[in-house]
Design a protein around this ligand. Structure first.
Ligand code: DHB
Ligand code: FE
Length: 286
């Protein structure tokens, strides 16, 4: 029996993020890395660990505490959270160096495939009493040569006004604040939603413990996750952030970029509006 709870625990978020990651494995590209490359990468990673041990004169109690912590991250299913907060941005920067068009950033652990398809002018699924400032994001999807991409998919997911994601927090209904918006013939879209709150890494699990032990903070600035896909084009995985928002300059996941900050303006009716266009690179030029 589970009890009603207001907010998810780290174990809930972690276990759900682990399940989502495993479920996506069947559709993920196989890395197919040759042995020489595996050896080279693992050697470098281990050298980094060995160097840190020498540099900081690490003791046996510290080594054993590190082992206990690594086991706790696994037991709590927090590896997807940890990897996406502390490591993914470096991979994304590496991959982005060969991509033209709109800037990308990290996917994070809370993407879920196969969400409801919506028309080009739409409202993301939300609860009747969904809190948060009304937000309208409009824009156009284009090729990098400027031609509009009709029928492109703008796959949007974001946290609620308490910073929780549907599918990863038991009190939020499945599919809430998630949807795949299909652009019109001119590549345009207009999406009604609410402005999310900043997101806090669950503080009650091992990742939160490490952040606290290091004297860091667990926050990501408020953000919208967006993946834009169009046939024959390289998809873009990105996020949009809000001008002057808390934690914008100290994102724990180091995933903000100045090009990805929007500044929605109140249209006089309490609705905040912003325009953002996406430009995709043809697959053949990838
Ligand atoms: C994490 C959560 C996010 O919402 C995000 O965008 C990136 C990382 C995390 O908890 O790991
Ligand atoms: Fe996120």
């Amino acid at each position: 029996m589970t009890t009603m709870q207001e907010s998810p625990t780290a174990a809930d978020s972690g276990a759900n993020a682990s399940e989502a990651f495993k479920a996506a494995a069947s559709t993920r590209d196989v890395a197919d890395t040759p042995p020489q490359r595996v050896a080279a990468i693992v050697t470098s990673v281990l050298r980094g660990v060995h160097d840190a041990i020498a540099e900081h004169d690490v003791t046996y109690p510290e080594f054993q505490a590190a082992k206990a912590w690594l086991m706790a991250v696994g037991d709590g299913g927090e590896w997807p959270l940890f990897m996406d907060v502390f490591v993914e941005h470096a991979v994304e920067e590496q991959v982005a160096s060969s991509q033209q068009g709109t800037k990308g950033t990290i996917l994070g652990p809370y993407y879920l495939p196969d969400q409801v398809k919506l028309g080009s002018t739409c409202q993301l699924p939300r609860r009747d009493d969904e809190q948060g400032p009304p937000l309208v994001l409009s824009g156009q999807v284009r090729d990098i040569d400027g031609s509009p991409l009709g029928g492109a998919e703008v796959d949007l997911w974001h946290a609620d006004s308490d910073g929780y994601y549907s599918g990863f927090a038991p009190h939020v209904p499945n599919g809430n604040l998630r949807g795949v918006v299909v652009t019109d013939a001119e590549g345009r879209f207009e999406i009604n939603t609410i402005q999310p709150a900043p997101y806090q890494i669950p503080t009650d699990g091992p990742t939160g413990e490490m952040i606290e032990a290091a004297g860091w903070h667990p926050w990501r600035p408020a953000h919208l996750h967006i993946q834009v896909r169009a046939e024959g084009h390289r998809p873009i995985t990105t996020q949009l952030y809000f001008a002057r928002g808390d934690w914008l300059d100290s994102d724990v996941a180091e995933a903000t970029k100045p090009e990805l900050v929007i500044d929605p303006q109140d249209d006089g009716s309490g609705v905040r509006r912003s325009n953002y266009d996406f430009e995709l690179q043809p697959q053949s030029e990838a």
